[in-house]
Design a binder for this molecule. Structure first.
Ligand code: HMG
Length: 445
């Protein structure tokens, strides 16, 4: 069998924008730099009142299918990854399938549909499921649609409020992919954690500071587990490192720890030794506390070296280009990071065919997954077809009062009479409630 991977991708952002530095910071009594420099975020995307996880996912999938010239018979599976679902039984993929059936000839009765849950990592898990389905030969020549879609809202005044976002990523998983081929090598770091959860509630309960530590710990485990199958990683092995990006500052913290790990016992550690010494080893210390302190000092020094900074600028920073302007999209976040990184290669005019990506996915609760992908021949055309820059540019810039109304409009426990702020055009839109409490949608020409 030929390789399997992501053949095509589309991103759909919520059509509203909250400017964090200009609009949010002042109302929160914060310096704008807390957002732009500390968290690394400039803006969040929000859904208008007629947008939700279904419309964003269906709009992304619709554009993808039209662009690739697909019809419904070409799709054998639709998996939606989300942590913003509004129904405990009927999966979001059935709603999205219904939307697609309303605009394409034929139907999706032959397609296996489902919904994946494990916080933000379920987008990658759905890609893995689709990969396995195709590799097992159960796809009967059809491709899988994986849609990661979320309205990542926090309760008002929760520290997480600054990291909100909303959007969807649709990915076509198929044989002989145009964009990236997935490898079989994977590593996991998974543990029962209580850092971010939504027990029968819309907005998460979050222990924010702890969630940062859990992210780093699970990601480290996944890296070590990956090395058991993929062998030791060297920084030069990978052109890009797209990571789950709840906010760019999180990836900044993870990247230096990853770099320290993958340069250990390499010529890079030797070369840096004259400048910052060698990495501390536990056997050189009397107790764990002294070792950890030395490790933290080494990491701070490493961060300042030119060698690290140029690796970070080349491998990590380009993957944050979109996240900075949209916030956390939960399940879609790592997939946005992949696209941002590859898009930067296209803009720099690089020939990226054969370049490898080290992809770090993460979900609270908690699980990290590390895997490798290789850029394929059709990558350039796929990336050039994206219209994400135009979408970001066209977003409606919310005032703070409007932001409060829109947050209420998407809060299941609030009544809000707020009107839509943008006009739906050539897209699926929420169209009210049905007799059994189901959500209804229509395609607006
Ligand atoms: P906070 O307490 O509001 O912010 O919450 P802070 O005071 O920690 O400041 C943030 C950063 O800005 C700090 O940088 C400050 O120093 C800096 P750091 O020290 O960490 O490097 N700062 C400034 N910098 C420059 N100039 C200034 C300035 N002021 C402050 N004037 C927190 C931060 C992340 C806790 C909060 O946003 C939160 O709770 N977020 C939600 C949870 C989250 O995103 N966790 C990330 C890991 S878990 C994850 O990724 C999973 C997730 O996506 C969910 C899922 O899987 O489903 C969330």
């Amino acid at each position: 069998m030929t390789g399997v991977g992501i053949d095509a991708v589309e991103i759909r952002t919520g059509k509203l924008k909250l400017d964090l530095a200009e609009t949010f910071a002042d109302e929160m009594g914060d310096a704008p730099e807390k957002y732009t420099k500390g968290l690394g975020l400039y803006a969040s995307s929000f859904p208008d009142t007629y947008e939700d996880i279904v419309t964003m996912g269906a709009n992304a999938a619709h554009r993808l299918m039209e662009r690739k010239g697909l019809d419904l018979d070409d799709i054998g599976r639709i998996d939606v990854a989300t942590e913003s679902a509004f129904d405990h039984s009927k999966p979001v993929s059935t709603y999205i399938g219904g939307c697609l059936e309303s605009v394409f000839e034929g139907d999706l009765h032959h397609a296996n549909k489902g919904e994946r849950k494990f916080a933000c990592v379920s987008g990658t898990q759905s890609v893995d499921d689709a990969y396995n389905w195709i590799k097992a030969g159960r796809n009967r020549g059809r491709a899988a649609l994986v849609i990661a879609t979320d309205t990542a809202l926090y309760a008002r005044d929760d520290p997480g409020e600054a990291t909100q976002g909303a959007g969807a990523v649709a990915m076509l998983i198929d044989e002989d992919p145009d964009l990236v081929e997935l490898s079989t090598d994977q590593g996991y770091g998974s543990a029962d954690e209580t850092d971010f959860l939504k027990p029968q509630q819309q907005f998460p309960s979050v222990d924010g500071k702890r969630s940062v530590k859990v992210y780093l710990a699970r990601m480290r485990e996944a890296l070590i587990d990956y090395e058991r199958v993929g062998g030791d990683i060297h920084p030069d092995d990978f052109r890009l490192g797209p990571f789950h990006t709840p906010f760019p500052g999180m990836v900044r913290k993870a990247a230096v720890l990853a770099y320290r790990h993958i340069t250990r016992d390499t010529e890079i550690e030797d070369e840096l030794a004259t400048e910052i010494g060698r990495q501390p080893r536990p056997e050189g210390f009397e107790d764990d506390e002294a070792y950890m302190e030395a490790l933290s000092e080494y990491t701070d020094a490493l961060k300042e070296t030119e060698r690290y900074q140029s690796w970070y600028d080349r491998t990590i920073d380009p993957t944050l280009d979109i996240s900075r302007h949209v916030g956390n999209w939960y399940t879609g976040s790592v997939h946005v990071a992949r696209i941002a990184g590859i898009k930067a290669l296209a803009e720099a005019g690089e020939d990226a065919v054969g370049d490898r990506l080290l992809v770090g996915s993460y979900g609270s609760g908690a699980q990290a997954e590390i895997h490798v992908e290789t850029i394929k021949d059709g990558w350039r055309e796929e990336i050039d077809a994206l219209d994400i820059d135009e979408q970001l540019e066209a977003r409606y810039d919310l005032s703070f009062d409007e932001y409060e109304d829109v947050h209420d409009a998407h809060n299941f426990d609030e009544e809000s009479a707020v009107e839509e702020l943008t006009v739906p055009e050539s897209e699926f839109a929420f169209d009210g409630w049905g007799r059994m409490g189901e959500r209804k949608y229509r395609y607006v020409e």
